[in-house]
Design a protein around this ligand. Structure first.
Ligand code: HEC
Ligand code: HEC
Length: 151
């Protein structure tokens, strides 16, 4: 009796192993598992000049999200100690009749003001592009029904 059980078990194990070795895994990324990854396509960042009527704000998707940058930033980066081009526009809400989304009060120092009493940028907010990122016009890789919660 015992012997029969062992034989049945051994056959079963051999079949399972046999199947596993003949059925090659199908990798989800398409390429063979041993093939090197293909470099992703170079994506174009939206070539949109801020404030010329062609730029719509990007909807926020969660509470406290740093809004995404709806215009191109190529001309304004890298930000340096000498120059922060973002602030040239965003420290105010209007330039020559052009409406600008002004940085929130959260971005200004709570303790330091200029001699004239103007608010000063909090230095932890200096590197705008570490939180605010521009977007490429790319198709989502998978279908999604994600709906943001912004309230
Ligand atoms: C020449 C002026 C100008 C400069 C420089 C500029 N912006 Fe803007 N930005 C705008 C305007 C105007 C808008 C509103 C959308 C539009 O009309 O382009 C905007 C929109 C935004 C928004 C969206 C705000 C929201 O509430 O959704 C973010 C974030 C932003 N800019 C970040 C940046 C960052 C970061 C930089 C620097 C790398 C920068 N901007 C440089 C003018 C400017
Ligand atoms: C540490 C992350 C961080 C950095 C750095 C940062 N921001 Fe923001 N920003 C946020 C978050 C989070 C919000 C949304 C909540 C708020 O207003 O504080 C925001 C909001 C904004 C808004 C929209 C304000 C509104 O009331 O709709 C603008 C415009 C903006 N930031 C521009 C800038 C610019 C320009 C810089 C660089 C000088 C900058 N931010 C640096 C995180 C950041």
């Amino acid at each position: 009796m015992k012997k029969t059980v062992s034989i049945v078990l051994a056959t079963l194990v051999a079949t399972v192993i046999g199947c596993a070795t003949t059925m090659a895994p199908t990798p989800m990324r398409g390429a063979d598992v041993t093939a090197p990854d293909k470099a992703p396509d170079i994506k174009q960042y939206a070539e949109k000049t801020p404030g010329v009527g062609q730029v719509k704000l990007i909807e926020r998707t969660f509470v406290g999200q740093p809004p995404m940058v709806p215009h191109s930033i190529e001309k304004y980066v890298p930000l340096t100690i000498e120059e922060n081009a973002c602030m040239e526009c965003h420290q105010t809400d209007e330039i020559r009749g052009q409406k600008i989304p002004k940085i929130g009060t959260s971005h200004f120092s709570k303790t330091i003001k200029t001699k004239a009493g103007e608010p000063v940028l909090e230095m932890s907010r200096f590197q705008c592009d570490s939180c605010h990122v521009p977007q490429v016009d790319a198709k989502p890789l998978v279908e999604t029904q994600f709906i943001g919660v912004t309230k």
